[in-house]
Design a protein around this ligand. Sequence first.
Ligand SMILES: NC(=O)c1ccc[n+]([C@@H]2O[C@H](COP(=O)([O-])OP(=O)(O)OC[C@H]3O[C@@H](n4cnc5c(N)ncnc54)[C@H](OP(=O)(O)O)[C@@H]3O)[C@@H](O)[C@H]2O)c1
Length: 314
Amino acid sequence: MSRIGWYGLGSMGLAMATNLQKHLATKSTLNSLLYSNRTMSRGESLKALGAKPETNFSKLVSQCGIIFTMTNKDKVSNDDVLRSLISSVTEDPTQSLKDKIFVDCSTVHPQTVGLTVAKLKEKQADFLAAPVFGGNPIAVDGKLVFAIAGPKRASDIVKPLIQDIMGRKVIDCGEDATKSSMLKIAGNIITINLMEAVGEAQVFAERTGLGSDVMEKLIGEAFGPVAGGLTTGAYAPPLDSRPGFGVSLAIKDAKHAFDIAKENNVKLPGLEVATKNMVSAREYAGQCLDSSSMYGVLRQKAGMEFWNEKSRKG
Ligand SMILES: NC(=O)c1ccc[n+]([C@@H]2O[C@H](COP(=O)([O-])OP(=O)(O)OC[C@H]3O[C@@H](n4cnc5c(N)ncnc54)[C@H](OP(=O)(O)O)[C@@H]3O)[C@@H](O)[C@H]2O)c1
């Protein structure tokens, strides 16, 4: 198999690339991962595992047969990073993309996927949309759920690099790459509503004297790891850290869902409430918040401080 490249070492990308590099290091016949990121220093731990840095995305692409991307623009995104990465190689006349496979694991709008497929097809390259479900701790454990869609030739090659390495399950959505992107957006309607529901239940537990500890136990046991952990303070982490699923990324994902829902005459009232609370949380406490930070706003509405005992305090 030809060399594998990775662009994007954020909260999710670094954990995923680490698992992939650990796998590649066990195979003497495979080259180590070639990685790139806007902030190259984020790759130091990957380098220590044997992966190779490459500051220039075009040069990375020219050396690899399979290129993973896992990015997002800072603040409110409109899929710009993926678009500009792909344009930088499709518009470069010196770059041959024939038979290369691009795999994007970010959450992007299906329209962006459609445009990317078309651009790469012109250059005889394949595009797989492979968004993921699960946050950073699940990515670290290599237990993400992937939705994958795109040409079968490409997904047959890429699936073995995912299953039991970066993910516990790969849901195949067929050959139309926009379908996995649509599934991801539909799935995030559930995730964001779940965050709102858990936040409401925790505030209810705190104010009624039931207590957040028993509620936390119930949530972990009955609703699984995605729903648990709200009261650990992860909703408002220290300012020098990266939130698990950044509030602005969640607002961007909700916006994708609203746009598509409107085109299809679908109402998303639960998502509207949750999104308003995320926007209020960001106005109050800034960017460094998790998608679950509507909890802070729900606390305020119940007469408590935005911050809890374990979150940061300002
Ligand atoms: N976090 C989650 O729980 C979660 C779960 C499932 C799916 N997702 C999706 O996965 C994707 C990545 O999420 P994440 O949490 O890993 O995001 P993140 O921590 O914010 O990382 C974003 C990545 O994009 C890069 N980037 C940002 N702006 C850029 C720019 N203008 N030019 C070039 N590179 C840029 C960052 O580079 P720097 O390192 O230089 O900043 C970093 O590599 C998103 O689409 C998100 O919706 C996230």
